[in-house]
Design a binder for this molecule. Sequence first.
Ligand code: ACM
Length: 262
Amino acid sequence: MKVGFLQFAPKLFHEKHNLEKIETLLQGCKADLVVLPELATSGYLFTNQKEMKPLSSPAKSGRIADFFRNIAVKENCAIVVGFLEKEKDNFLSSQMLVYPNGTIEVYRKTHLFSDEKRFYKPGDTGFNVFEFRGVKLGLMICFDWIFPEAARTLALKGAEIICHSANLVLPFCQKAMITRSVENQVFTITANRNGTEQNAGQELTFTGMSQITSPKGEILAQATEDEEILKVIEINPEEARDKFVTETNHVLDDRRTEFYEI
Ligand code: ACM
């Protein structure tokens, strides 16, 4: 399976620019699956909900869904992308998985980071796994990484590739995702953004370094801190079906859940 990430620097409030950039970078991608960053169409650093409204959209219909549906069909590629979802009066940081047949599945970010708690509703979808071309894909967004339960739940549900859309500002995640890979024996694709955003006297710099990790903890592909790039590599998802780290140690079946505090 050919899988990849697209790392770029979305411009806050500039949806048209962001969509054009995504379309250009995905053109002729020759991948089965590409993962894009969190909030890839809108930018990140909002300071109130009034700013968010014009950039938000419903999950399965409307201009953002139509845009990615068109690309997924044209490129014959599944796309996982973070976007600003509006559902009734609520905003959610969500991810859509867009299949090449135009079907869309949605994950809503469970663990909100920092000021996101002021503007977004916490996600209510839980962690779900979706099949594509015989491979099980798990979805999670950015700060979900710091809760090992997120990746673990996806692995217990059978995920072989964790598709992780991110807007990372702390320096720990890329290293942590190597551990998420090993402890669950899964591939992970972290699609982070790069660049700096400023709004109303605030500033955030995002860490780039998007990466694909293997169940053995290898970094199979990685972007630099600041490049805008599509990287696609070939992996064998079957490697994520073997959960033994030695002949006698199975990372899921050997858990001693009776000793764990939940
Ligand atoms: C994050 O969850 N955007 C850090």
